[in-house]
Design a protein around this ligand. Structure first.
Ligand SMILES: C[S@@+](CC[C@H](N)C(=O)[O-])C[C@H]1O[C@@H](n2cnc3c(N)ncnc32)[C@H](O)[C@@H]1O
Length: 253
């Protein structure tokens, strides 16, 4: 699978590189430090993946990958941003965690074609793929790299209307977030909260985010259409990894 996808909007994914550089340049140590996903922890409690190969797609600074390694998995992690992979490598070294880190595009994973995985984890990066053919391609790649019987663990941003229905207690925060998104325009600087020398500050980033926050049934439909069998599908507001309201899907090959 070496042919390239059309390049329209593709710069958006690569723009993450620019955003990470801008954040670290302010002196902020992290883009998004967080506790590992509690949904992922529960998933691992329910299955034995010790010593198995896992691939994390769009690992960012690597907090899920570090956690997966701490649970005894052999971790390979890819992200499209060389800067964040470098950051992740430094954090892994600091923590003494041994993971295989690679710069890579989750819609074109030829570089991993000789390997196979029992588990693929995607936390907060599938929703970056705002073009449907890129999401389709990503799921084909997951399918290609998973062993028969392997699983996909998926946790991505939930459609805000759906979040408002399922998490009425968050309605004020959802309203504020919707308003922020409504005012974004391509090319306009986007605000981001970061911690610099222990102080929280809002900085302006060069690129507006473009994401595909879908309803749970839209995510499961795409995953099923790619040939997976959905085993579990839920909505959560427990993990503040991305926007705070997420769809969690576990699917088997
Ligand atoms: C919202 S961040 C989430 C990072 C991390 N999983 C977390 O939860 O903190 C999305 C990540 O996806 C990466 N990304 C975007 N498009 C990608 C692609 N096509 N292939 C690989 N990584 C991609 C970005 O560089 C970014 O690090």
């Amino acid at each position: 699978m070496t042919d390239q996808l059309p390049d329209n909007n593709r710069t958006y994914y690569h723009a993450y590189e620019e955003r990470y550089i801008a954040v670290y340049r302010t002196g902020a140590q992290f883009w998004n430090p967080h506790e590992p996903s509690s949904a992922l922890a529960e998933f691992l409690d329910a299955h034995n993946y010790s010593n198995k190969n896992v691939l994390e797609l769009g690992c960012g600074e690597g907090f899920e990958s570090f956690y997966l390694a701490s649970r005894g998995l052999n971790v390979t992690a890819v992200d499209i941003s060389p800067t964040v992979i470098e950051k992740c490598r430094a954090l892994a070294l600091e923590r003494g965690v041994d993971i295989n880190l690679q710069v890579g595009d989750m819609t074109q994973l030829d570089a991993l074609a000789s390997q196979s995985f029992e588990l693929v984890v995607n936390v907060g990066s599938y929703h970056m793929l705002h073009q449907s053919e890129h999401r389709e391609r990503c799921l084909q790649e997951v399918n290609r790299l998973l062993v028969p019987g392997g699983r996909l663990f998926f946790q991505n941003g939930l459609d805000l209307k759906e979040a408002a229905v399922y998490f009425p207690e968050d309605s004020e925060r959802i309203k504020a977030f919707k308003e922020l998104r409504r005012t974004y325009r391509p090319g306009q600087p986007a605000p981001r909260r970061v911690v610099i020398n222990g102080r929280e500050e809002t900085i302006s980033l060069p690129i507006s985010p473009k994401t595909w926050f879908a309803r749970l049934d839209e995510y499961t439909a795409e995953i099923e259409a790619a040939g997976f069998k959905v085993e579990q599908a839920l909505r959560t507001n427990r993990d503040r990894i991305n926007i705070g309201w997420e769809a969690v899907v576990v699917a088997g090959k």
